[in-house]
Design a protein around this ligand. Sequence first.
Ligand code: FAD
Length: 501
Amino acid sequence: MSWVHLVLFTGLLSLVIASSSSPVSRSILRDISGGGNADQEDKAVELNSTNFDSVLHNTPAKYAVVEFFAHWCPACRNYKPQYEKVARLFNGPDAIHPGLVLMTRVDCAMKTNTKLCDKFDITHYPMLFWGPPSKFVEPKKNKSDILVIDDGRTAERLLNWINKQIGSAYGLDDKNFENEHVVSNMTDYEQISQAVYDIEEATAEAFDIILTQKAIKSSETSASFVRFIQLLAAHHLSRRCRKGAAEILVNYDDLCPSGKCSYEVSGGKDSLGNFPICGKDVPRGYYMFCRGSKNDTRGFSCGLWVLFHSLSVRIEDGESQFAFTAICDFVNNFFMCDECRLHFNDMCLSVKTPFKKARDFVLWLWSTHNKVNERLMKDEASLSTGDPKFPKIIWPPKDLCTSCYLSSDQKSIEWDHDQVYKFLKNYYGPKLVSLYKEKSVIGSKEETNISATEDLTVATNALVVPIGAALAIAVASCAFGALACYWRTQQKNRKPRRSWN
Ligand code: FAD
């Protein structure tokens, strides 16, 4: 090495050391990294060439904003707090308006993202785009769906731009839960696609309640828990919940020897608390389809109903009595709302003949839910305890299923049960799943011939599964699939029986 190189090298080294310890460079680092302060945590989701497609494909959000920036660009650094102000409204578990818009960013100065950024013909930094999330995966093909946000210089202007797109009136200072976008912009048919997330949320919340209440207290509650988990392992519409349920089943003897469970989350591998039923990302802490316009309405109990209906339409004839028993016992033992539990148990006990047909069980659950609706219609009217934006109704209303009605007047409805069954099978079955998959409403309201998409996998925003892990999951999925098949065969061969009699 010549002396010129040596001098240059030493000079460079001292510059690096000096700059790395200077307050200026530290503050730039802090700006970019978010400073490490939990309160100031970045809400926009960092995307890169590895996770871009999967995050945008799997997000439940209806719209996405993607900011392309470069970490060396001073204007981008200055813009970041503005962007974050909007992102905190929409992203993360504390979001004020969760689930509708996903706010993301891509650092185009990272070599690994060059190809990704090239796909979007970036002309300046920061450059913002708007569109349905899945359309970003092939931007050239979906040019007309992806818009450049041309007026997002400040947080206020960006939010105004978004408000204009979706007809909302969000403000940067919004604090309360509001539900206006769900009510005004979506039909019930569009909303049900979001119920996939609520079904996972309610499953995980129910499981968390069982853990916190240490609710498996006797051989009866233990048996009831196992029955319900068996039902979930075979028929939950989310693959990760089926997988989680199957893992609990396989390990149950170690987790709850003689019905005595260990619940601690850090209680070692033999603790129920270490088996999150739908994976560690759920519960997320909010509901979408079941989101009330007030903080204390809807949510969990709505999610439970949707879970039960979605299970009921997936079972076969030979499993109908088992599913009925599993759900009745589950509510009786683990649903902490006393009034709900008692009323529901009465309705379970009033069934005198074991179910032989899945159709009968689907219709029983539907009419039982309607009996609850009918009772609550009166209670909520007199006590004003209901959700003003989601009044109880006898369901489905005519505009959701005209053919379900043979006739109706003020006092009574005559249902066409064949049509109701067809409607429920479709609404809580393929419709729910296919709507989730396509993120759009397809076909007419009463379309019934949509191919079943049995193997739904619901992923979270920032989940990236390495190939090794994906293989492991695939292998595990096969194992629990076989287990579920075995269990289903067993169920079909079993004689129906009521456990609580
Ligand atoms: P929910 O009644 O929760 O319904 C959720 C969604 O299911 C609706 O938005 C609609 O899309 C769909 N739906 C509505 N009716 C039907 C139907 N008949 N068939 C299929 N789908 C339908 N609360 C009480 O105050 N007292 C009780 O005794 C009581 N018992 C309950 C028993 C159970 C098993 C459960 C799960 C809940 C119970 N609740 C009770 C809570 C109550 O039923 C509602 O869940 C809660 O008031 C929230 O109502 P919601 O407007 O979100 O609609």
